[in-house]
Design a protein around this ligand. Structure first.
Ligand code: UDP
Ligand code: MG
Length: 321
């Protein structure tokens, strides 16, 4: 059996926290009494520098019931950092960790299914929203657009998966090897490797309070995700430069043809061709410089080159030869 930690980042969640705590506590107690997890399992709340009563609520829960644990960050550091803090603390004390939002939008009954997959040998289990019926039209369109944009920009993320996921201890240890400061967990977790599975669930409405991810933050989040994981935008510059330059060649051929059929205006051809040629070469040059900057950027992240799952080396020496 295993010790489970449920990690929940909270930012100004005073309106949902008591209910979330109650339901998660019931869930964990049920799992403990069904012998699915060890009694040392806990619910770990991370207060992300909220200026409301969130931390007081967490403290009160901790005082009342040892199943609750809390971490208070010195200031608001954003969802991804708060979550990462929780995961890194939990990895040392838990065998398996499930992360979820504080607002009960993720169906906590999917936990059973996630644990089942974990027992079958999966190290990472992604919670994936089956439908977005409960989300507003706007949220649905922007959110789905977000995943599509990320994919086009070369970021490998699981479609319709937010940060509701199970991770084993060794997967978390793998995650801890990623030293980058710009965190986009959804993009990094698939890089860890190990057997992965998905569990479908229906996303509910926010239980109370309002979203901490308005459109502006979501766009910033998407931009962060793309620029911290992919150098494809730089490659796009190279492509644009090439297209411009090739266009200049096409125009040149056209003008030569035009010259021999006698329809040219003096001076025009050379001007147009040079504008496109020089413009194209300039963009191309910027793109090539960008490629090197992209390389430096990726190097500076010092990501692990590999994570070893298992080593088979037999060191017993066969004396009989
Ligand atoms: N959150 C956080 N720090 C922040 C913003 C959000 O810890 O600066 C938490 C928040 O309390 C919630 C989770 O991140 O548990 C997701 O936020 P929210 O539910 O508002 O996002 P949405 O579901 O609307 O995308
Ligand atoms: Mg939410």
């Amino acid at each position: 059996m295993h010790t489970l930690y449920i990690v929940v980042p909270c930012y100004k969640e005073e309106s949902v926290l008591p209910e979330t705590a109650k339901r998660l506590c019931e869930k964990i107690n049920a799992l403990i009494s069904d012998d699915k997890i060890l009694p040392a399992s806990k619910i770990l709340f991370i207060n992300d520098g909220s200026d409301d009563n969130t931390w007081d609520i967490i403290k009160a829960l901790y005082d009342k019931n040892p199943i609750f644990a809390g971490i208070n960050l010195s200031k608001n550091k954003g969802h991804q950092n708060a979550l990462f803090a929780g995961l890194m603390i939990a990895k040392d004390v838990a065998d398996v960790v499930i992360s979820m939002d504080a607002d009960l939008q993720d169906d906590i009954n999917a936990i059973d299914e996630m644990l089942k997959k974990f027992r079958q040998g999966f190290d990472i289990v992604y919670g994936v929203r089956s439908k977005r019926k409960k989300d507003s039209f706007f949220k649905r369109v922007t959110a789905e657009g977000f995943y599509k944009l990320m994919r086009t920009m070369g970021v490998d993320i699981v479609f319709n998966h937010a940060d509701y996921r199970l991770m084993s201890k060794r997967a978390l240890e793998g995650l801890s090897l990623f030293k980058e400061v710009n965190l986009f967990l959804r993009g990094i977790v698939p890089m860890i490797g190990y057997p992965t599975a998905t569990v479908l669930y229906e996303r509910a409405e926010r239980f109370a309070g309002e979203t901490k991810y308005p459109l502006k933050k979501m766009l910033a989040f998407a931009f962060e995700g793309i620029t911290s994981l992919s150098t494809r935008p730089i490659r796009m510059i190279v492509a644009v430069g090439l297209i411009f330059f090739l266009t200049s060649v096409v125009i040149l051929i056209y003008f030569i043809f035009d010259y021999f059929t006698g329809g040219t205006t003096p001076g025009w051809a050379s001007t147009i061709v040079s504008i496109w040629a020089i413009g194209g070469l300039q963009i191309l040059a910027i793109g090539i410089i960008g490629e090197y900057i992209g390389k430096i950027y990726l190097e500076s992240k010092a990501r692990p080159r590999f994570i070893i799952e298992r080593i088979l080396i037999n060191t017993t020496i066969d004396k009989d030869g």
